[in-house]
Design a protein around this ligand. Structure first.
Ligand code: PRP
Ligand code: ZN
Length: 286
């Protein structure tokens, strides 16, 4: 029988779409039309398990699933014995302290003697200890944001992504405790066969992530500017230079990092580049 790698994905919520999109970009076809608990990929030896995100570290630790996409915040809070092997490139968020917008509390120190509602008691407890704040923690598993309004707590410690949950509940952030994003975690004792599948999946994930961080650039330049422009464009090896039909001009092709993008474009223009085209890269294998 062929080995399959079991991958846990959040069944609904912030990380579901990012996880499924990444698998798709890796060329892995998973259909979850019928709201099933587990689905075998059509063209890659993995089986996807749809689970509650908070349960994923435990399932991976206990080898119910071999690997899983989950927030770093959940991994840290769960204290399970799993390996974090790769940032997944989506699901950026932060765990923050928030208080009623119109109240008097302004800093974390103002929480002394107060009650904080959270689903992250371990992380919050460590933070309060480190900062020498003595507040009581009220653990609740969901809808933490309504706790201050119903008199259950004075403040909350919860995940913030777009900030809209805080906004609708008239809360304001006063301190970030942890920055987080989705990661791929793995069971510590994968068989050799499963490790081979994981390596092949990781190769695809890294190619997708690299492509997202880079852009393909095409531009035209007068021949006497080609050398200067090429120095601005490091590329994967060195830029490609092709003569244009119009004599005295060349077309230059290269790859630049998304982070350098605006800076480099300005310099290219200043050095005589024309007709600059920036094209997204789908996969990047190096
Ligand atoms: C978090 C948090 C808020 C929401 C914040 O939930 O509990 O409800 O996301 O996002 P926003 O700033 O974009 O409004 P999470 O995704 O962890 O879901 P869960 O609590 O159901 O696990
Ligand atoms: Zn959750």
């Amino acid at each position: 029988m062929q080995t399959t790698l079991k991958i846990a994905v959040q069944k609904s919520g912030r990380l579901y779409e990012g996880s499924m999109k990444l698998l798709k970009e890796c060329g892995i076809e998973v259909s979850n039309g019928n709201n099933q608990l587990r689905v075998q990929a059509a063209n890659f030896p993995i089986e996807v398990f749809f689970l509650r995100d908070d349960d994923i570290p435990e399932y991976v630790q206990d080898a119910v699933a071999d690997i899983g996409f989950v927030g770093e915040n959940v991994v840290k809070e769960s204290r399970k014995d799993v390996d974090t092997i790769e940032k997944a490139g989506f699901g950026k968020c932060r765990l923050s302290l928030a208080v009623p917008k119109n109240g008097t509390m302004k800093t974390a120190a103002d929480l002394n003697g107060k009650k904080i509602a959270t689903s992250y008691p371990n992380i919050l407890n460590a933070y309060l200890k480190e900062k020498n704040i003595s507040a009581s923690i009220h653990e609740i598993s969901g809808s933490v944001e309504i706790a201050p309004r119903i008199g259950l707590a004075d403040a909350i410690c919860d995940l913030v992504s777009s900030g809209s949950t805080l906004f609708t509940n008239e809360l304001k952030e006063i301190e970030t405790i942890l920055s987080s994003e989705a990661v791929l975690i793995s069971n510590k004792n994968l068989s050799a066969d499963k490790k081979i599948i994981l390596e092949s999946l990781l190769f695809r994930i890294r190619s997708v992530k690299k492509a997202k961080n880079n852009k393909y650039v095409l531009l035209n330049a007068p021949n006497d500017k080609v050398k200067t422009i090429c120095e601005l464009l490091p590329g994967m090896k060195s830029p490609t230079i092709l003569p244009l039909a119009e004599s005295g001009w060349s077309s230059i092709h290269s790859v630049i990092a998304e982070s350098d993008f605006w800076n480099v474009i300005q310099q290219l223009k200043a050095n005589g580049a024309q007709g600059i085209l920036i094209i997204p890269i789908e996969k990047m294998i190096i």
